[in-house]
Structures are given as structure tokens and as C-alpha cells.
Write a protein that binds this ligand. Structure first.
Ligand SMILES: NC(=O)c1ccc[n+]([C@@H]2O[C@H](COP(=O)([O-])OP(=O)(O)OC[C@H]3O[C@@H](n4cnc5c(N)ncnc54)[C@H](O)[C@@H]3O)[C@@H](O)[C@H]2O)c1
Length: 268
């Protein structure tokens, strides 16, 4: 089978779990060489080992996306290992951790400043750092006769509509608008920028999400299609946006949300 990413070199952040791990596996199945970055080296290495076990090519590296110098170094290491960079998938993200005794979505007023800073550092600065490092690399490659490049971000349906908490939602709103503004800024250089906007996924994102059948069922019930989002649903969307299938698409925030952001469903 011809892979959609044959000959492409790809960085995935947050690669040690959930969407990032699914994307590394799928991208490698489609021929990409993958640099799996995660704040946890063991988790990133486990993903790279899974790719290798399937016959794909992946390296793992510890990288905190909130640390611009670490992200620059990870891009340099990718180029050193693979020769050049084609795609960065800025996927790493975090949300508020549950607070003991607190029921439901945390109110903004009950969210501490350091919790908001922590979310913004990863979800906003992490994407900014990934975009900047990749753009610098893409521009250097263009000067050497290899123009273009692709940026895919993971935002959230919470970056499209009011959903979930304000701290998290506003951080993802920054990602969806950065995706559009950057897409316009970089279009003349042939660099495309799009995002995947997932709704509820039972991953390691929130403690307990991945284990409890009741939590999965109740998460599914809030989506018009009736089931939670699978990390591979997002990986499939990211593959489309990373590949030439979407070569004339930029500035799009693609919902992978079972219809959640489409509007208010009719009463049944
Ligand atoms: N799970 C959901 O319900 C949901 C919904 C909408 C959007 N999202 C978004 O999808 C993306 C992936 O989430 P997931 O569900 O796969 O979560 P996950 O927790 O399963 O995986 C996220 C990975 O990111 C890594 N990570 C965390 N902080 C990091 C940092 N500073 N630097 C590098 N890596 C870091 C974690 O170690 C983990 O391996 C995130 O951007 C998240 O905001 C998730």
C-alpha cells in the first residue's frame, strides 16, 4: 500500500498517550519517520517501541513543550536524525485536575491563577513554541530548495464553542485563532496550518476517564453520534491534515466531535 506520508519526517508532541500515541502509530503506518516527543521519556519511548514493533521508524525524546529551548532542540535533533522536517503535530495538552470535593465543571472563579498559568503554558505556549520552531526550520529548508511544511495543532471543541471550563476553553480558543492567523501569514510560503478539534475522549487526560465504563457512557451521551471520540478518530483527521489529501486546505479547525459543535439537536 502506498502510504499517505511516505518519505515524510514528522514530529508529534504529547506522543506518550492518547491522541499522540495513536497519531505516531498511524503516521508510521503511512510511511512517516516519527519523532515522538513527550514530557515523559518512558511514555514516548513506549510509543516509539510500538511503532518499531510494527516495522515503522520512530525515535523518542523527552521534551516539555512549554520550554521553547527544549522544543528548538527537539526540532534540531529530528533534522539531525532524519535529514529534514515535513510536519509538526502540536498535540500535547492538559486540563484542570479534579479538586477533591468539587462536583462538575470547575467555575472560573474557583480556578487558581497557578492552575490557569499551568494550562496556558502547555496548551498555548506549547503550541506557539512548536509553531515557531517548525517555521524557523521550514524557512531554513526553503532557502535550501525544500519549500513548504505542515503544522497540525490539537485544539478542542472547547476552542470552537463554550464547552467545559473557562480556563481550558480559553486556552484552546487561542489555538484555534492562532491556527487561522498563522495559516494566512504562512500561506504565501506554502506552509499549511490546521487543527484537529476533539470532543470527549476517554484517555489519560482526566484521571478515571479511561477506566470507568459509566464515565465513557455518560461522555458518549453528550455527543449527537452517541459515543465518545476515539484517539484514532483524531489521528485519522490529523493524517488527512498532514498529508497531501488536504494540500489546498489551510486555516481550518476540524471538529472531531460526533456532531457536538454542529448546534442544538432536535428534541426526540
Ligand atoms: N481527552 C479529551 O477529552 C480531549 C478533548 C478535547 C481535546 N483534547 C486535546 O487532545 C490532546 C491530546 O489529549 P489526550 O486526550 O490524548 O491526553 P493524554 O493525557 O492521554 O495525552 C497527552 C500527552 O501529553 C503529554 N504532555 C503533557 N504535558 C506535556 C508537556 N508540557 N510537554 C510535552 N508533553 C506533555 C502527557 O505526558 C501525555 O502523554 C490535548 O491537546 C488535549 O487538550 C482532549
Amino acid at each position: 500500500m502506498q502510504g499517505l506520508l511516505d518519505g515524510r519526517n514528522v514530529i508529534v508532541t504529547g506522543a506518550g498517550s492518547g491522541v499522540g500515541r495513536a497519531a505516531c502509530l498511524l503516521f508510521a503506518r503511512h510511511g512517516a519517520k516519527v519523532m515522538a516527543l513527550d514530557i515523559g521519556l518512558e511514555a514516548a519511548q513506549a510509543t516509539a517501541d510500538m511503532v518499531s514493533a510494527e516495522g515503522g521508524t520512530a525515535l523518542a525524546r523527552a521534551c516539555d513543550v512549554g520550554d521553547a529551548a527544549a522544543v528548538d532542540a527537539a526540532v534540531a535533533a529530528t533534522v539531525e536524525a532524519f535529514g529534514w522536517l515535513d510536519v509538526i503535530y502540536n498535540n500535547a495538552g492538559i486540563t484542570l485536575q479534579p479538586r477533591a470535593g468539587y462536583q462538575g465543571v470547575r467555575k472560573f472563579i474557583d480556578t487558581d491563577d497557578d492552575e490557569i498559568e499551568r494550562i496556558y503554558r502547555v496548551n498555548v505556549n506549547g503550541v506557539i513554541n512548536g509553531c515557531k520552531a517548525a517555521i524557523r526550520q521550514f524557512e531554513a529548508q526553503a532557502r535550501e530548495g525544500r519549500p513548504g511544511g505542515v503544522i497540525v495543532n490539537t485544539a478542542s471543541v472547547a476552542g470552537l464553542i463554550g464547552w467545559g471550563g473557562s480556563a481550558y476553553g480559553s486556552s484552546k480558543g487561542a489555538v484555534t485563532l492562532l491556527t487561522k492567523t498563522l495559516a494566512l501569514e504562512l500561506a504565501a510560503q506554502g506552509i499549511r496550518v490546521n487543527s484537529v478539534c476533539p470532543a470527549g475522549m476517554p484517555t489519560n487526560f482526566l484521571p478515571g476517564l479511561q477506566t470507568s465504563d459509566a464515565a465513557k457512557a455518560s461522555m458518549g451521551a453528550t455527543h449527537p453520534l452517541g459515543r465518545p471520540i476515539d484517539p484514532m478518530d483524531c489521528a485519522n483527521a490529523a493524517l488527512f491534515l498532514a498529508s497531501d489529501l488536504s494540500s489546498n486546505i489551510t486555516g481550518v479547525n476540524l471538529p472531531v466531535d460526533g456532531g457536538l459543535s454542529a448546534g442544538i439537536p432536535p428534541r426526540r
